[in-house]
Design a protein around this ligand. Structure first.
Ligand code: ZN
Ligand code: ZN
Length: 330
């Protein structure tokens, strides 16, 4: 089969690879669509110690079973392969599974014509849903999980709240779209890349800010700040923007550590929350939300052939991609 292989930092190569075989309890999927994730870009930059070349990356997938049970059925999947028996799996919080591994990291991913995956990871998609939409399930579920956790910690209902999303990449965009669907009307997205800012303004229909030009949300005015970047500067911006009693949801993870204003956190009763991916229940809820149109028409998502994936990686690397999400079609 053909696959797009991460061969060394800043290089992915479209080449022949061995066909995957379904082990016991697994299926082989023909990949119909697969999105390029920020974490794939992180690996491409050589910054992810867990993703080492040569490796087929890709975990935002939609496919059709071509070997194993459920032959001919279409699925997306939970790329986190979890044990099902640890404390967290038993609670349904399988994103925290102590024994988790991951597609496109510890086993070959979906930038390929075919991929094997355990049956337990499959998430069914409705007959009418196109592959491009289904491939957005994984990043959209990250936004859904983050917003649902935020709402549990917030004192005001989201439709009554002022929201700042930092970062107009795919997660920021999907968070803004879902927040709108949840009834939030007072929201803005901060993004330094002009192409992405334009895309957010056009397709999410929300106000945009350019932090590079010193544009910021009203200091101390936001009930919820979602940091979809996670850099030292964005964490500082989140703290400056959040209201007393408000919530900061930390989703992105560019810088691992930085000083936090613990005085303000304490005196202003700010809730700082971390979030990691999604549970399988979140993925199912997200498929239903995508099917109901909760994330809008998704016209901002760009499609390209897998064979031209190397150029897509380069365009994203150089900030030349207008769309925050490129979906590749094998
Ligand atoms: Zn992803
Ligand atoms: Zn587990």
């Amino acid at each position: 089969m053909k696959a797009l292989v991460y061969t060394k930092p800043l290089e992915v190569t479209y080449r022949d690879e061995a066909d995957p075989q379904a082990a016991a309890g697994e299926v082989v999927l023909k990949i119909d669509a697969v999105g390029i994730c920020g974490s794939d870009m992180h690996a491409y930059h050589g910054h992810d110690p867990r993703r080492n070349p040569p490796l087929i990356l890709g975990h935002e997938l939609a496919g059709t079973v071509v070997a194993g049970p459920f032959l001919g059925k279409r699925f997306t999947a939970n790329p986190l392969i979890t044990c099902g028996t640890c404390e967290f799996c038993v609670q349904g919080r399988n994103n925290l599974c102590a024994n988790r591994t991951m597609v496109g990291m510890t086993r070959p991913g979906a930038f390929a014509e075919r991929m094997s995956i355990p049956v337990g990871s499959l998430v069914e998609i409705p007959t009418g849903m196109d592959a491009r939409t289904a491939a957005l399930t994984e990043p959209a579920a990250t936004a859904l999980h983050a917003l649902n956790l935020s709402m549990r910690a917030m004192q005001r209902p989201l439709p009554e709240s002022r929201l700042l999303v930092i970062g107009g990449g795919a997660i920021g965009m999907l968070t803004a779209l879902l927040a709108r669907d949840y009834g939030c009307r007072d929201l803005r997205v901060a993004e330094t890349n002009a192409l992405r800012r334009g895309s957010v303004a056009k397709h999410a229909g929300v106000a945009v800010l350019d932090p590079a030009k010193g544009e910021a949300a009203e200091a101390g005015g936001m009930d919820l700040v979602v940091d979809a970047v996670g850099a030292k500067a964005t964490r500082a911006a989140a703290f400056a923007a959040v209201k007393p009693g408000g919530v900061i949801m930390h989703v992105g993870l560019q810088d691992w550590a930085s000083e936090i204003d613990m005085r303000r956190l304490t005196l202003a009763e700010i809730t700082l929350l971390g979030t990691y991916t999604y549970t399988t229940a979140d993925l199912r809820a997200t498929v239903a939300a995508l099917d109901a149109g909760a994330f809008g028409d998704l016209a901002w998502v760009e499609e390209r052939p897998l064979a031209e994936g190397a150029l897509a990686f380069r365009d994203l690397h150089e900030g030349r991609a207008v769309s925050a999400k490129i979906v590749l079609r094998p």
